[in-house]
Write a protein that binds this ligand. Structure first.
Ligand SMILES: *Cc1c(COP(=O)(O)O)cnc(C)c1O
Length: 457
């Protein structure tokens, strides 16, 4: 007989994973290497070591080790907010009147309010271990900056955050959380860096973008002794750290003999989705099981569904290595009335390769539909979801409604990456009927895709 499944499946503290899982080890086609923007040759560890911490460079380049030990210091920090619950969405199922069984893995139960802390603490730990003074980074909506501030204060590291100017102005409370944890927060583009001054001169009055803020943070890291740059998504190392999400979710479902048919996650740079799916994808790659995996992106920033799979710059200033990924072009800036996060122009190289090889699907959703789903979810499940996470909710609901039509009892797992308390301006726009659904035209996309670097690889 099937065991009764509790509302929340909690693991024990002793069941927090002791190792991360590196899905690259099971990929036949490995993700393409980062290239030196000058020589167009694959970046060597020594070159990457000027920008990133040593141990993180090793993880970035390691395509072969399937399991990597989680150091005890990181594991101890994980105990403060992990294991995170895997929740059966009984109330949402009831509202939808669907035969589908819906589960979500909730990563918002920590002060930073998102899954980003899983990688922030790892990156801060390796910086500290290397004897660095501090780290620099960019933040868009602010979740990554918040997570990194918490992680740096835990290990006594200095933390300099370049925050996209429009978010800096619209989200003063995020900024103050970061300062509470001792970080310095500078609106980007600033006048403190060469690249910031250049961007301000070329685009007077610009409210910034992630690509600009990355360029500034990298410049500050490489021109100050004892500093390195850290990034909260996109990179292979970040997907590795985020594998704790999927490992825990799988362990929780395995306890009750539950196998998801469909796994859904929102995709900005790809870190939460990559983390959630990794152990399931591992089984799929090894031919042990099959899952339908869906990446959900905003229609206003559709890198997988409408971008090109090509080498591109990761930042506007073109100081970072080139990455091969599904991209809209590093000059692409989503419409200013796009409020739902997930606004990076490119996608993780790992996910890009898996998508290109047909191991996962991608779909895009409009932001008003996303907020409708967010509100529906908040009212029955209690949790106020982040707009980013609500992209996954939207598609989970749509798949559950399809089951209602066909009568199929599919099991759906989605990632609920965080909470939306700092996104109430976006919710307000939605409630006031002021939210639009601007979708870039083919001409808009062509303009930025035409500026992709010419790389023959
Ligand atoms: C940053 C963030 C995302 C998107 O980033 P990925 O790297 O694609 O996971 C999604 N949800 C929340 C709550 C975030 O903070």
């Amino acid at each position: 007989m099937e065991k009764k499944i509790p509302y929340k499946i909690y693991l024990e503290e002793s069941e927090i994973p002791k190792q991360w899982y590196n899905v690259r080890a099971d990929m036949k086609n490995k993700p393409a290497p980062l290239l030196n923007p000058g020589t167009l040759e694959p970046m060597k560890a020594e070159e990457l070591g000027g920008v990133f911490c040593e141990e993180l460079v090793k993880q970035e380049l390691d395509n072969d080790t399937a399991y990597i030990d989680i150091p005890e210091e990181i594991h101890d920090f994980y105990k403060m907010y992990r294991p995170s619950p895997t929740i059966r969405a009984y109330y949402l199922e009831k509202l939808l009147d669907t035969p589908a069984k819906i589960y979500y893995k909730f990563e918002g139960n920590n002060t930073s309010g998102s899954h980003k802390l899983n990688s922030a603490i790892a990156q801060a730990y390796y910086a500290k271990k290397q004897g660095l003074k501090g780290v620099t980074t960019e933040t868009g909506a602010g979740q990554w900056g918040t997570a990194l501030s918490m992680a740096c204060s835990y290990f006594g590291l200095d933390c300099k955050v370049y925050m996209v100017k429009c978010s800096y102005e619209q989200k003063p409370f995020r900024r103050e959380v970061m300062r509470t944890y001792g970080a310095s927060v500078t609106p980007s583009p600033s006048m403190d860096t060469n690249i910031g001054r250049k961007i301000n001169a070329d685009h007077p009055g610009t409210t910034g973008s992630l690509g600009c803020a990355i360029s500034e943070a990298v410049e500050v890291a490489t021109s100050n002794d004892g500093y390195r740059y850290v990034l909260g998504s996109v990179l292979n190392q970040v997907l590795l750290h985020q594998s704790v999400i999927g490992l825990e979710a799988k362990a929780a479902l395995d306890k009750y003999g539950v196998k998801p048919d469909i796994i859904i996650g929102c995709a900005g740079g790809g870190s939460n989705l990559g983390g959630l799916i990794s152990p399931f994808m591992g089984e799929k790659l090894r031919g042990e099981a099959d899952y339908r995996i869906i990446a959900v992106e905003p229609a206003s920033c559709p890198s997988l569904t409408r971008g090109k799979y090509a080498y591109d710059f990761c930042d506007t200033g073109m100081v970072c290595p080139l990455a091969k990924m599904y991209t809209l072009g590093s000059n692409f800036i989503p419409s200013p009335n796009h409020a739902g996060g997930l606004r990076y122009h490119g996608m993780s190289s790992i996910l890009s390769q898996l998508y290109d090889d047909g191991y996962m699907e991608a779909t895009s959703v409009k932001q008003t539909e996303v907020f409708e789903a967010a509100e529906m979810f908040a009212r029955v499940e209690g949790i106020l979801p982040a707009p980013e996470s609500s992209h996954a909710i939207r598609v989970a609901i749509d798949e559950a409604l399809k089951c209602k039509e066909t009568g199929e009892e599919k099991t759906i797992l989605f990632g609920l990456t965080g909470t939306g308390y700092f996104d109430m301006v976006a919710y307000e726009k939605f409630h006031n009927g002021e939210m639009g659904d601007y979708i870039p035209t083919d001409d808009d996309l062509k303009a930025s895709l035409d500026t992709l670097p010419k790389v023959d690889k």
